[in-house]
Write a protein that binds this ligand. Structure first.
Ligand SMILES: [Zn+2]
Length: 464
């Protein structure tokens, strides 16, 4: 049996690992490389294995860096099943079609801007490719072994990262011997709102683990809900508005859920709240459909509140006109809008309208990459560039930590200590992290493994 690392090796995007037995070829994830187009385009265009000869894909979760090349795989001839949880299938269907639309728009724009004589730019895939590959999704229930073939069975465990995210336990038979391979996908942290905590696994022959925060411990976040209440209450009492930039998937739903809890507790004033992102609105509908799959707090709330993503005064905005109309509202309100790093999307307009007035607050709830508008805000600069123009900042900027979808080094340590107690792993491969994070995790988990952990590079193959 052989494993080849075809993405997320020494980096954090493009998750894709090929497993080959005498009779099978399967991919763990099929993610898009993300970053500057000039660097990622060649990597996204080329498959290192012939997609026509891949039997199936096992998808850990719906984030685009794990699922985003599935339509390209289909376009290149893959026709097998994609095994995933039902929630992952629902979310990925939406994310992949959205991703295809963006690629088609970007390609049209780049084609228009090209120099004379340069070739037309084609999208990596079309919305039609996305639609077709989504028909290949086959659901595997969380927590139950599924016999996929006489020599292959699969079980998903909760990964606690986003809705539907799974740790994949895969048993493969070769030469009369079963081998167990565990792929963590992305691991969340414990006690995260909405989601069931990451589960641990028992002895396996091979573990492939993410290492995003292998060298970092998240700052103590304090009480996120109490902080949210404080920021909203203070801003409303000044007569201002709160703008919350948030990723459409995950972060938005957590904030809505916390605001709903505050309303149920009668601590949040009756300020209007708007969700202004069409994708976030559609994704929230999926979260709503899966409320029964969430943690005990959600299930307890459902006994007296049938929708944890809705409360009096909450509006999901659909049209652009409704979004623009918010700029003219003078009374206090809260708006949650994408993108999470304030680089594009409707949130940039909300920031532009909020930034000049000291009664307003921009509330940052996630990591902001270098050179982003979000980073300028977190640094509380006096002047901030928006749409190429410098704007004077008079509004408040607040930050709330503790909503990261990834576990930190302490969560990873906890997970591997549990694995060690239950027999440990034969071999370990560390992926999905920068070199320093992967190296730190390698040291952290060495005692849990029979052999020294390996940090593979792109294209590396190993017998397992
Ligand atoms: Zn992820």
């Amino acid at each position: 049996m052989k494993i080849t690392f075809l993405g997320a090796a020494g980096e954090v995007t493009g998750s894709q690992h090929l497993i080959e037995t005498e009779t099978k070829r399967l991919l763990l994830d099929c993610g898009l490389f993300q970053g500057r187009d000039s660097e990622t385009r060649p990597k996204n265009e080329r498959f290192h294995c012939d997609p026509r000869h891949v039997d199936c894909v096992i998808l850990s979760h719906a984030h685009i860096d794990h699922s985003g090349r599935l339509p390209a795989l289909y376009r290149a001839g893959f026709r097998g099943p994609v095994y995933c949880t039902r929630a992952t299938a629902d979310i990925a269907t939406m994310m992949l079609r959205d991703s295809a639309r963006i690629q088609e728009e970007d390609a049209r724009y780049a084609t228009k801007k090209r120099e004379a004589g340069e070739p037309k730019i084609c999208p990596l895939y079309s919305e039609d490719d996305a639609r077709k590959v989504c028909r290949s999704f086959e659901y595997v229930a969380m927590g139950e072994w599924e016999e996929l073939a006489s020599d292959m069975r699969l079980r998903f465990r909760h990964a606690g990262h986003i809705l539907g995210s799974a740790i994949c336990e895969l048993d493969l038979l070769e030469d009369g011997q079963w081998k167990r391979i565990v792929f963590t996908g992305d691991l969340g942290h414990r006690d995260k709102p909405l989601l069931i905590d990451p589960e641990t696994v028992e002895r396996c022959d091979v573990v492939i683990t993410e290492s995003t925060y292998g060298n970092r411990v998240h700052r103590d976040a304090g009480d996120v809900k109490a902080e949210l209440l404080r920021v909203v209450s203070e801003t409303v009492s000044r007569g201002g508005r709160v703008v919350i930039p948030a990723f459409s998937l995950g972060r938005t739903q957590v904030i809505v859920y916390l605001l709903n809890q505050l309303r149920n507790e009668n601590t949040l004033c009756r300020v209007p709240v708007y969700i202004d992102s069409p994708l976030a609105t559609r994704l929230t509908e999926i979260y709503r459909d899966h409320q029964q799959d969430m943690d005990d707090d959600v299930r307890t709330t459902l006994r007296f509140d049938d929708d944890v993503f809705d409360f009096d005064g909450l509006t999901y905005i659909r049209s652009r006109d409704e979004s623009i109309a918010l700029n003219r509202v003078e009374e206090p309100f809260v708006v949650i809008s994408a993108s999470g790093m304030c680089e594009n999307g409707r949130v940039v307009h909300h920031i532009k309208h909020a930034i000049r007035h000291e009664q307003n607050t921009i509330l940052i709830i996630g990591f902001q990459g270098r050179h982003t508008l979000g980073r300028q805000l977190v640094e509380r600069r006096d002047t901030i560039a928006i749409f190429g123009r410098s704007c004077e900042r008079r509004c408040q900027v607040e930050t709330i930590n503790g909503l990261s979808a990834h576990g930190d080094a302490e969560d990873l340590r906890w997970w591997f200590e549990n694995l060690q107690r239950r027999g440990g792993a034969g071999k370990a491969f560390i992926v999905h992290g920068e070199d320093t994070a992967a190296a730190a995790l390698s040291q952290l988990i060495a005692d849990c493994c029979d052999e020294s952990p390996i940090v593979p590079q792109m294209g590396d193959s190993f017998e397992i």
